[in-house]
Design a protein around this ligand. Structure first.
Ligand SMILES: [Zn+2]
Ligand SMILES: [Zn+2]
Length: 388
């Protein structure tokens, strides 16, 4: 693979870092050991500043180039998932019930690789800010870091991130200008009726009938309230009620997920959900409480920065291994909080065949680490060439 020679030269070291991180997964905002490992490497590389403890266990490190210039932010997520690993690899997780099933061990490694190279060569102007973030899977570490002010504090002007993609060309890239990942909201509906004997429904107010009817009516938001060419998912994913064949229960629960790209579509779904829940509840004589939890916003790539990132990816991976307009996905990503504040781009890097993300047999492919590190390094060197 066409990667920077110097980075290819320490690819074995990157594999060691990655497999060490893989063996020691941590969850949520509590990526303390991971952060300590990252900080130790950054100190070895001789970066200029290391700021620890942001969003609990996050890090922002600065490397200064030759002469003044803008600050580019490069972000890697560090957290793992609550999954029991069955990959069977030698470097399998040493923590029962936790594993790096989304490859954030690889993302951290690729950014460390870029940091080592950039700290050594300094063949750029201005500054690069390395953002190591906890709690991407849930907890919104990206949002916490933004709220703790990293973008203003370090004067970061643009931001980039990479995510690995199983079953896409090994070492290839894909992305898309504009929206690339969806916004995710969660809804919970608590229905209360009047319980009683299963043989005497006339003495009860059955919350199950209301729960099923509400679930069916919710399907009409996508099919009847929404413009068909825009992307929208509203899925009822949970219904819970009852405990026995001869009891009409007192309560029922309906829950699900909403995926949108557009804030006006999101607002429409929230409004229709409230109307459907209230109207259906009234018609069945139950009370129903709707709880809407607004999650990660849509991840929206800046078109110009994406075009630039694509040109760098093409230089690193070859023109045929880069899909510049691959379309959008209904998954979500908290890099969105950084992209809401600063222009930038989010790209996927292919890692070849194998189990998908969040699968218990998944493992990051170490062969792509030098490619990702070269991409990050070339982004900086190309956007901020040295002034002399
Ligand atoms: Zn994930
Ligand atoms: Zn992930």
């Amino acid at each position: 693979m066409p990667v920077l020679n110097r980075i290819a030269g320490f690819s074995d070291e990157m594999t060691e870092w990655r497999q060490h991180l893989h063996q020691h997964p941590e969850l949520g905002l509590e990526c303390y050991e991971t952060a300590a490992f990252v900080a130790e490497r950054l100190r070895e590389f001789g970066v200029d500043e290391i700021h620890e403890g942001i969003a609990q266990s996050g890090i922002v490190a600065l490397i200064k180039g030759q002469g003044d210039g803008p600050v580019m932010g490069l972000r890697a997520d560090m957290d793992a998932l609550p999954i029991h690993e069955v990959s069977g690899v030698e470097h399998t997780s040493t923590v029962d019930g936790k594993m790096h099933a989304c490859g954030h061990d690889g993302h951290t490694t690729m950014l460390l690789g870029a940091a080592k190279y950039l700290a050594e060569t300094r063949n750029f102007s201005g500054t690069v800010a390395l953002i190591f973030q906890p709690a991407e899977e849930n907890g919104g570490g990206g949002e916490v870091m933004v709220k703790e002010g990293i973008l203003d504090r370090f004067d970061i002007g643009e931001v980039y991130a990479l995510h690995n993609a199983p079953n896409f060309i090994k070492g290839g890239f894909y992305t898309t200008p504009g929206p690339i990942m969806a916004a995710v909201d969660t809804f919970s509906i608590y229905i209360t009726g009047v319980g009683g004997h299963g043989a005497m429904p006339h003495e009860c107010v059955d919350p199950i009938v209301a729960a099923v009817s509400i679930s069916t009516a919710i399907q009409t938001i996508v099919s009847r309230n929404h413009y068909t060419l825009d992307d929208l998912v509203v899925s009822v994913t949970q219904i819970h009620a009852g405990s026995s064949d001869n009891i009409i229960p007192e309560d029922a629960f309906v829950g699900g997920t909403i995926r949108t790209f557009d804030k006006s579509v999101q607002a429409m779904v929230h409004k229709r959900l409230a109307e459907i829940v209230a109207g259906q509840a009234a018609s069945y004589g139950v009370t129903a409480e709707l709880d809407l939890e607004v999650g990660y916003p849509a991840t929206i790539n800046d078109p110009a920065k994406t075009e630039f990132a694509v040109s760098v990816a093409q230089e690193v991976a070859g023109i045929n291994a880069v899909a510049p307009d691959a379309g959008r996905e209904m998954g979500a990503e908290d890099f969105s909080y950084l992209l809401e504040q600063r222009p930038g781009s989010y790209l996927f890097i292919g890692q070849g065949d194998g189990p998908g993300l969040h699968h218990p047999a998944y493992d990051f492919n170490d062969e792509i680490s030098p490619v990702g590190a070269s991409f990050f390094a070339r982004l900086v060197e190309t956007a901020q060439p040295p002034k002399n």
